[in-house]
Write a protein that binds this ligand. Structure first.
Ligand SMILES: NC(=O)c1ccc[n+]([C@@H]2O[C@H](COP(=O)([O-])OP(=O)(O)OC[C@H]3O[C@@H](n4cnc5c(N)ncnc54)[C@H](OP(=O)(O)O)[C@@H]3O)[C@@H](O)[C@H]2O)c1
Length: 334
């Protein structure tokens, strides 16, 4: 085990609690502080999870000399601000997906981290899953020939109440940034940034995307057919088909514990996750951050910032096609 890495958590919602709980099981990790917009919420979270320090404002947490790395778990619209604050205070940052509201904000954040020589990573835990890494390696090594098409979807039936953050355009609500980011990141892991982007969506009266179909194209002739939804429970599967075979990921494709490789003319091969179920959780992501920090890296080779920027550009293009613009963007671009 290397040097202890001391985490500070910003926000006290669902994923903040899950991540803080999982950190307790990671060797060499310690959650030393939590910050919330309110003192009471920070205190309740700290008491519940046995965290020593609770702050009622983000600036106090980022100024804490005992915090090595800040985990940002706010809604999307606040990622830029919270992560920026932490970087300006000289902290390393793991920021929830999607990295920011749009590509412009992501570029600012990445430039800030690179200028200061500080670690920044998008919490795209799918990229740290050992089986996703294995799949990408098989594809790179030509196990299915040249990739022709990727299919992936992530849809939840809800229903999400009108006041839920997923329905609120002001916080970057909608299916795309929360759920669509997984199929898009999956396709781009295998094919890189697309050359063409088409999309169709059902929008809510508030103007967020509820049900979105996406068609990405590459000049090689490859395509990806993706979807995300907060009004339909889709299979949540993925397939990658190449000129010489196919790989199928079952339900929960973004945290797989198995997949099937079908090489043309051969028996299907089953790949199953070794070891405990923790490998399927958020733990490999936390361990990757800690490995990078101990090695003095400012970027993770598993979740490179250029990849996150490319995903943000695709998400912007999709929103452009379907007519979703967050209120912050209307104010600045009008
Ligand atoms: N990796 C994953 O598996 C995963 C899963 C779910 C979500 N996520 C991502 O994590 C982020 C948060 O999702 P969540 O499901 O945890 O949401 P959530 O349960 O609604 O929690 C978000 C927290 O952010 C703070 N917050 C709420 N409104 C805010 C505002 N207007 N400005 C600043 N902070 C605000 C609140 O904490 P305080 O009251 O303490 O300030 C709230 O508890 C999103 O980016 C989402 O895409 C990732």
């Amino acid at each position: 085990m290397g040097k202890t890495v001391r985490w500070g958590v910003v926000a006290t919602g669902g994923i903040a609690a899950k991540f803080a709980e999982e950190l307790r099981a990671v060797d060499g990790a310690e959650v030393v502080a939590v910050a919330s917009r309110t003192e009471a919420s920070a205190r309740a979270f700290a008491d519940r999870l046995g965290i020593p320090r609770a702050y009622g404002e983000w600036s106090a947490l980022v100024a804490d000399p005992d915090v090595d790395v800040v985990y940002v778990a706010t809604p999307h619209h606040a990622h830029r601000k919270a992560a920026g604050l932490a970087l300006e205070a000289g902290k390393a940052v793991l920021c929830e997906k999607a990295l920011t509201l749009n590509a412009g904000e992501a570029e600012e954040l990445v430039a800030l981290a690179r200028d200061r020589g500080l670690f920044l990573m998008e919490a795209m835990w799918m990229y740290c899953n050992p089986l996703v890494l294995r799949l990408a390696e098989l594809v790179r090594d030509g196990a299915i020939g040249e990739v022709r098409t990727v299919q992936a979807d992530f849809g939840l039936a809800g229903p999400f109440a009108p006041d839920h953050r997923l329905r609120d355009p002001a916080v970057g609500g909608g299916a795309l940034l929360d759920l669509g980011v997984y199929p898009v990141s999956f396709a781009q892991l295998l094919l890189g940034e697309p050359d063409t982007v088409q999309a169709h969506a059902l929008l809510s009266p508030e103007g967020v995307d509820l049900n979105t179909g996406i068609l990405l194209g590459w000049s090689s002739g490859a395509s990806a057919l993706l979807s995300c939804s907060v009004v339909a429970a889709t299979p949540m599967t993925a397939s990658v088909t190449g000129s010489a075979g196919r790989i199928d990921l079952p339900h929960g494709f973004f945290f797989p514990d198995r997949f099937t490789l079908r090489r043309d003319g051969r028996e299907p091969e089953e790949f199953v996750l070794d070891g405990d179920a923790d490998r399927q959780s958020l733990r490999p992501e936390a361990e990757e951050v800690m490995r990078c920090l101990r090695a003095g890296l400012t970027e993770s080779p598993l979740v490179p910032l250029d990849g996150s920027l490319a995903v943000m550009r695709t998400l912007d293009a999709i929103r452009d096609r379907v007519g979703v613009r967050y209120p912050q963007e209307r104010a600045t671009r009008a």
